[in-house]
Design a protein around this ligand. Structure first.
Ligand SMILES: Nc1ncnc2c1ncn2[C@@H]1O[C@H](COP(=O)(O)OP(=O)(O)OP(=O)(O)O)[C@@H](O)[C@H]1O
Length: 505
């Protein structure tokens, strides 16, 4: 069955006037481009359209080209050969030539991704440009400053939920379909100002059946970045772009692998391409297995490179809209949500108690899983140290029976610690008594030396003092003994504690 064109392309506005709620930006772009066309190139020969994803920047460039008769030369800023390519085009005449070819407009997307090393050269090219250069960026301040200095900024607003709903209704009318109002509200809310995300969600919901809409959107909310990241991985043939796409996805590599694994057959259609993609996946799987067995987590990087870049370049992709499916192995939505919540709460505890950054804490959690699986005694110490609850222990151990054993052991440690606390208090008390007895004895000694007391009285008092001393010594002895047997706990506060603090013991 041929796949339908993505609605984000099908319904991309062709005219500047159709672009929603960016009037001021459009006005600035028009004035700038008209200056070029009137033979009076603006002082700043480049524009930076800056604003959130899915707010209409790319759409503006193409609508502008359409209205004013430009040919768009689209270049990607992260491409290593960008400089060479721009150089080729900036010097081309911008007026229509006698063969009736279009004027050229250079569009440099992701200008916040330009290699800093090339920024100076590109800035020089802007000075020499004979064609309009328009750049787009989500983060204006991440565009290299040499380039910012040469370009005029045009700001794009984040679209409101109202703008998004209006745009979605327009699409539905043209498709001749209706969708319940609540679903539209839900989509607009989840989109967070990104109309591209909203249109993709609408198409997903309509294709998959409106009855599942709420579930799909809820899933999408928690897994937002993975849907977006995978759509990017599967849309590119560029290894570097595929690797960059998954940065910031809050997931372990083996989870991500399941997602990629699930979606390969929907992206490729030729058997040899599917085989190549699975070859990359199985190599990633081998790296992950090795990392798990040996603890060499640096292998994660190779694994993620294989599953992203390796899969992205595996062959010819199907054309059109890519719907990303969640892996079947992550069964019920609720289950995965609970697991995620548990994982987050454990990671937070590791970060707090061990003074670690999130990434490090995630890695530590991996070690903890191995410890909980193989060494219940050590695991029990971690339970106490991190103040984990039973659910969290079950999550880390991955097995209810193991979790019970660890939990019972941790209770014993808690009890011991509690006794230790009491003993410490008693030792402090006994120490105090000992001090007092010593002081009294010393006083006595001094009095005796001065010969100011009677012999009989001296003896009685001396006997009492010695008795007190002995009693106090007796009391303190078991406390000292217990003290020396006390469980060693790594210091909680101050310097970052590592797993090695435990493993060294
Ligand atoms: N202001 C808008 N008016 C109408 N449609 C819009 C608007 N903004 C975005 N869209 C729609 O959303 C989709 C994505 O828009 P566009 O490619 O222009 O986003 P962008 O701002 O360039 O995002 P990014 O920074 O991610 O490249 C397009 O299909 C377009 O139809």
């Amino acid at each position: 069955m041929p796949r339908e064109a993505p609605w984000v392309e099908k319904y991309r506005p062709r005219k500047l006037s159709e672009i929603v709620n960016q009037e001021k930006a459009i006005e600035q772009v028009r004035a700038w481009v008209e200056a070029w066309l009137h033979g009076n190139p603006p002082k700043k020969k480049a524009l930076i359209l800056a604003g959130p994803p899915g707010s209409g920047k790319t759409t503006t460039v193409y609508a502008l080209a359409h209205e004013y008769g430009f040919e768009v030369i689209e270049l990607n800023a992260s491409d290593e050969r960008t400089y060479e390519k721009i150089e080729r085009y900036v010097q081309a005449a911008y007026t229509m030539d006698i063969l009736g070819k279009h004027r050229k407009l250079i569009f440099l997307d992701e200008a916040d991704n330009i290699e800093p090393s090339g920024a100076k050269e590109i800035a020089k090219l802007i000075d020499k440009a004979r064609n309009p250069i328009i750049m787009a960026a989500n983060h204006y301040w991440e565009v290299p400053k040499e380039i910012r200095a040469k370009a005029q900024i045009v700001e794009y607003k984040r679209l409101t939920q109202r703008d998004i709903i209006k745009a979605l209704i327009r699409i539905l009318k043209r498709e001749g379909i209706t969708v319940p109002k609540e679903v539209l509200y839900d989509i607009a809310k989840h989109a967070n100002g990104d109309l591209r995300a909203a249109v993709n969600d609408l198409q997903t919901v309509v294709t998959g059946g409106v009855e599942d809409a709420h579930e799909v959107l809820a899933y999408r909310d928690t897994e937002k970045s993975v849907f977006q990241a995978l759509a990017q991985v599967f849309a590119t043939d560029n290894a570097k772009k595929a690797k960059i796409a998954i940065l910031g996805v809050d997931m372990f590599p083996h989870e991500l692998l399941q997602w990629i694994d699930e979606n390969v057959p929907y992206v490729y259609y030729r058997p040899e391409d599917i085989a190549r993609a699975y070859e990359a996946i199985s190599r990633a799987d081998i790296y992950l297995g090795r990392a798990q067995r040996t603890g060499a987590y640096s292998l994660w990087k190779y694994a993620t490179d294989m599953m992203t870049a390796g899969v992205a370049v595996a062959g010819v992709k199907k054309k059109g809209f890519v719907r990303i499916y969640p892996p079947k192995t992550i069964k019920l939505l609720t289950e995965s949500k609970t697991e995620r919540t548990l994982r987050d709460s454990v990671v937070k505890k590791i970060m707090k108690e061990m003074h670690m950054a999130k990434l490090e804490a995630l890695e530590t959690l991996n070690y903890l899983k191995a410890i909980f699986e193989n060494n219940p005694d050590m695991a029990a110490h971690f339970v106490v140290y991190l103040d984990l609850d039973l659910k969290e222990v079950e999550f880390i151990a991955g097995d209810k029976e193991k979790a019970k054993t660890i939990w019972a052991k941790s209770m014993n440690i808690e009890k011991k610690l509690k006794r230790e606390g009491e003993l410490e208090a008693r030792a402090r008390e006994a120490g105090k008594e000992l001090e007092e007895a010593k002081e009294a004895a010393e006083e006595e000694e001094a009095e005796k030396a001065e010969g100011e007391t009677e012999e009989a009285g001296e003896e009685t008092e001396e006997e009492i003092n010695e008795e007190e001393l002995e009693k106090a010594e007796e009391e303190i002895e078991p406390v000292r003994k217990e003290e020396s047997e006390k469980i060693d706990r790594p210091k909680k506060k101050g310097k970052q504690a590592t797993l090695f603090d435990f493993l060294k013991r």
